[in-house]
Ligand binder design. Structure first.
Ligand code: FES
Length: 158
């Protein structure tokens, strides 16, 4: 499933514009993710060197923000909205239904890499709450039964 990781040289070139100050850490992580769809493990060391900081600090930032991915994107990416409107309208039960039906925790990837379930943040489309995004497309006003049907379709590749 995973594409080959980019070479160290390619990564060095990619982040060469960034300078050693903390303000450049998130832009560097975003540039790597925008380029590859995720942040390869080898990029942590490259960014740390470029910004004259530690791999632990880069790793900490990468894992702190939910928008950064440490795996190549799955064929079907499901993001569960954790925003307040979705939660008030039953979002936690939607999450439980998805986790149970997909057999994945939040942040998990299927073994074959076909689908993944992520934490999402409110994107302002709260009129569709409670919702998930499937490859970026809003699937809203979900009931628990809808979530189970959606997860089964994705799990079965339909
Ligand atoms: S709270 Fe879910 S889209 Fe706003």
């Amino acid at each position: 499933m995973a594409a080959a990781e980019p070479s160290l040289e390619e990564l060095r070139q990619l982040v060469s514009e960034f300078r050693p100050n903390r303000g450049h850490l998130l832009p560097a992580l975003h540039k790597v993710q925008d380029t590859y769809g995720y942040i390869p493990r080898s990029a942590i060391e490259v960014i740390a060197r470029q910004l004259n900081t530690t791999p632990a600090l880069v790793y900490g930032a990468m894992t702190f923000y939910a928008e950064f991915r440490t795996h190549p994107p799955a064929q079907t990416e499901i993001a569960w909205c954790s925003g307040p409107t979705c939660r008030i309208l039953g979002g936690d039960r939607i999450r439980e239904a998805l986790e149970h039906t997909l057999g994945l925790p939040l942040g998990g990837y299927s073994e074959d890499g076909r689908y993944a379930l992520h934490l999402g943040q409110c994107n302002g489309t709260c009129s569709e709450a409670p919702q998930v995004w499937v490859n970026g497309r809003v699937v809203g006003r979900l009931t628990v039964a809808d979530a189970i049907r959606l997860a089964r379709r994705i799990r079965e590749g339909a």
